[in-house]
Design a protein around this ligand. Structure first.
Ligand code: AMP
Ligand code: MG
Length: 474
């Protein structure tokens, strides 16, 4: 008996050139690694049947659930600045969409589900490492309250995937508001297919921008969401690592957890991705790159926008939208409630001192106002000077320092997914020991609280523990 899911597949109703219909490729021996019961509930899905043997088989790509209309989406994209007119889902299959009890619509996609016509040289598979990384980091992002695709399940395939060495294969079930990317628009613009572009704009407006009236309104919505998103990333020290236009959503959700990382020691030019040789996607360059990507979206939409000056005017708003969102994020991190002249300078001053003194990003913000923060600085006097200015600024608000410190603890996480902990969890999982994965994942579900027994997960890596590079999730 096939699994029943309440699918309603609006993307599958779009014209043929949007995708290739095909089912996932079955795997040898599916076994469930992780299942997200809370997310299943949020989607209105039956967690018991989805996590049963039959459900696990479906989430590994063995058999297509009733009501699914599996397909691989077509898209293009700028990869490190070079335009590739055809990318597409090379290792993912969209099963369909479910509408949650509150009316919100979600894509349910299998990642690592076998080759598609868009696989190019790839095998269409994923190994356990990137599947667990995406599970951990996307769920941590959600727990931090930052828009992101979600992880519903991770399933081991019982098959070997060949990378440089043989590795265990896995499939991730990814849930997203949609998988429409900047690159999806570029795909049709590159083919000068205006009918498809029009259909895509209408579809995207319906799903993400109910108030928008046209392509220009959609562009404005995407610009606002991306300005907010990048500010939120930077507020938690997140480096996406591969902000190609095919990895930037229209919904404003974070997507594609490949060579991403959270900063340990703060520096604005930190780069982790092994393939980002010129630091194009360095931590502090993310707003500029977002603007560049949004300019590509504007270019793709231009055939549908009568007034190109209006599109340019929308783009020109990005720096100020980003600055405002960044300022709001970091003012909250400092426990500031009101807006005063000089707030941005106060924030920049702290960040500058942190960079010069090799302070840990997460632990410094978490401990502001205490000896622990001071001890993060090579020269604690550099912290003391800033602390005096911060206290003067806080005294303008009628709140006591105690209230400010509570605010600081409520918005600055104690625990984030540090790269060395993720790698440790992956290495153990490869040997069949999932305990470190489960422990890390559980601690990250409540990032603003830390039990004593999890103190080690909040600690910055020692010199020997630092993982200097991250790799693409292939
Ligand atoms: P990404 O770096 O994850 O954004 O992927 C970029 C492109 O490469 C997308 O079109 C992916 O579908 C494709 N791709 C990545 N890994 C594989 C793989 N193992 N097999 C087939 N296609 C892949
Ligand atoms: Mg991608």
């Amino acid at each position: 008996m096939a699994l029943d899911l309440p699918f309603d597949n609006s993307y599958a109703r779009l014209p043929d050139q949007f995708f290739t219909r095909l089912a996932p490729t079955p795997v040898a021996k599916p076994s469930l690694i992780a299942f997200n019961r809370l997310l299943a509930k949020r989607l209105g899905l039956d967690a018991d049947s989805l996590s049963s043997d039959e459900g696990t088989a479906a989430l590994a790509g063995n058999g297509v659930p009733n009501g699914a209309e599996p397909l691989a989406q077509a898209y293009a994209g700028h990869q490190f600045g070079n335009f590739v007119p055809q990318l597409g889902d090379g290792r993912a299959i969209l099963l369909g969409e479910v509408v949650a009890p509150d009316g919100a619509r979600f894509d349910v996609q299998l990642k690592g589900s076998g080759p598609t016509p868009y696989s190019r040289m790839g095998d269409g598979r994923a190994w356990l490492g990137p599947v667990l990384r995406e599970y951990i980091v996307s769920e941590a992002m959600a727990a931090l309250g930052i828009p992101t695709t979600r992880a519903l399940a991770a399933v081991a395939t019982g098959e070997i995937v060949l990378r440089e060495v043989p590795l265990p294969g896995a499939v991730l079930t990814r849930v997203a508001a949609s998988h429409i990317r900047v690159g999806t628009f570029q795909y049709f613009a590159a083919r000068d297919d205006r009918d498809a572009l029009r259909a895509l704009v209408a579809h995207a407006i319906e799903r993400h921008d109910a108030d928008a009236e046209d392509a220009l309104g959609l562009l404005a919505g995407v610009i606002q969401r991306q300005a907010d998103l990048i500010a939120r990333w930077m507020g938690v020290g997140f480096v996406h690592g591969v902000m190609n236009t095919d990895n930037m959503t229209i919904s404003g959700e974070t997507i594609d957890y490949g060579p991403c990382a959270y900063l340990d020691t703060y520096h604005p030019l930190m780069v982790f991705s092994s393939i980002d040789r010129n630091g194009r996607y360095a931590f502090g360059r993310q707003p500029d790159i977002a603007m560049w990507n949004l300019a590509q979206l504007a270019m793709a939409l231009l055939p549908l926008i009568d007034d190109s000056k209006a599109a340019q005017a929308e783009l020109d708003r990005f720096p100020e939208l980003f600055r405002a969102a960044w300022s709001k994020t970091f003012r909250a991190k400092l426990g500031l409630e009101t807006v005063e002249d000089g707030d941005d300078e106060l924030i920049h001053d702290l960040l500058h001192r942190m960079a010069e003194n090799r302070a840990d990003f997460t632990n410094t913000f978490r401990a502001l106002g205490t000896e622990v923060a001071r001890d993060e600085f090579l020269d604690p006097a550099a912290y003391d000077e800033w602390h005096t200015k911060w206290n003067e600024r806080l005294s303008i608000e009628n709140n006591s320092l105690k209230i400010a410190l509570n605010a600081v603890r409520s918005v600055n996480p104690a625990v984030i997914p540090r790269t060395h902990r993720i790698e440790e969890a992956i290495q153990a999982a490869v040997t069949g020991d999932y305990r470190p994965f489960e422990r890390l994942h559980a601690a990250l579900a409540t990032p603003f609280e830390l039990s004593d027994s999890n103190a080690d997960l909040a600690r910055a890596p020692t010199k020997d523990e630092i993982v200097p590079q991250t790799f693409c999730g292939t």
